[in-house]
Design a protein around this ligand. Structure first.
Ligand code: BV8
Length: 250
């Protein structure tokens, strides 16, 4: 792991030469915007809660109120947060080089989109979106936005609870999102992996898919990750520090 200028120059040269770049981001991308990561020792949600329990249908059914309140707290944090220099550097690069960068994110916040990457591929859904826990028995057009206020909100007719529009552990990723992400990983000449522990699958497998087809894999993370072995270059540093240094000159 190094954020040494030589590695930075090497990484920048690989990115400069790559006709197609796939970027995979994780919770560390939003850490400097004040959104706690799952794994971060100080603020990580793993420490305060058992996300595997809370971020699951089983956990929601076991205690809908507690899970709903956990998401309500996280949503408030997302709404109060602003994109950081890393989000802005990615969006500016995508605007300078239309069609050259495919952004794939594990994050459920909207900071990439608010920075300007409207087409970011969301593997794990959107924490600000809502949907019914069960398909509504009354009418397919029944709107979760009009549910009765409660924790969680419920359908006034059938009591169906509202759930956040995220992918919980044990749930399949949206097929179209995973398919687009795997296509980008298989086609890119360079993959930039930012702020992920590489612990959550199948997202973590995208770096190996890129490496297997010959892409240069570059990791930006202040700590080692579980997928460092897939990278030719591991830059020790944060998203808001290193992404502008990597991308702004390009
Ligand atoms: C599925 C939404 C199948 C919810 C999330 C293979 C092997 C092992 C296990 C599995 C496997 N395949 C499937 C599994 C099970 C499971 C899984 O991966 N378990 C792991 C944890 C053991 N996967 C699933 O359940 C997936 N579903 O496979 O379904 C299936 C198929 C068909 C039909 C039915 C089922 C679903 C996974 C999605 C879970 N949902 N989010 C919510 O948020 O509430 S994942 C959630 O965790 C977030 O999205 C978050 O992104 C992710 C955590 O990962 P990271 O993003 O990496 O974040 P983390 O905190 O871990 O690390 C932060 C990193 O940032 C650190 O490295 C840190 O050093 C770094 N950092 C800190 N500060 C900075 C920084 N980096 C840069 N700058 C900084 N400033």
């Amino acid at each position: 792991m190094s954020g040494h200028p030589a590695e930075l120059d090497q990484a920048r040269e690989h990115l400069r030469r790559a006709a197609s770049i796939c970027v995979l981001t994780g919770a560390g991308m939003s850490a400097e915007s004040g959104i706690p990561t799952f794994r971060d020792a100080m603020t990580g949600l793993w420490q305060r809660f058992d996300p595997m329990q809370l971020a699951s249908e089983e956990g929601f059914r076991a205690d809908p109120g507690r899970v709903w309140r956990w998401y309500a707290e996280r949503r408030a944090g997302v709404r109060a947060a602003q994109p950081n220099g890393g989000h802005r550097a990615l969006a500016a690069f995508a605007q300078r080089h239309p069609g050259r960068l495919t952004l794939v994110t594990q994050n459920v916040d909207d900071l990439h989109q608010r920075a300007g990457n409207a087409d970011a591929i969301r593997l794990h859904g959107d924490i600000l979106a809502e949907r019914w826990l069960e398909p509504c028995r009354r009418s397919p057009s029944c709107d979760p936005g009009r549910a009765l206020a409660a924790e969680p909100p419920r359908c006034g007719e059938c009591g169906n609870p509202v759930r956040p529009g995220v992918v919980w552990f044990g749930e399949a990723l949206p097929y179209h999102a995973l398919d687009a992400a795997e296509l980008a990983a298989r086609r890119c000449q360079a993959m930039l992996v930012v702020g992920t522990s590489g612990a959550v699958w199948p997202a973590a497998g995208l770096a190996a898919q890129a490496r297997r087809q010959g892409a240069v894999v570059i990791i930006v993370n202040p700590q080692p990750s579980e997928i460092d072995d897939e990278a030719q270059l591991c830059l020790a540093g944060t998203a808001a520090q290193l992404l502008p240094a990597l991308l702004d000159p390009l």
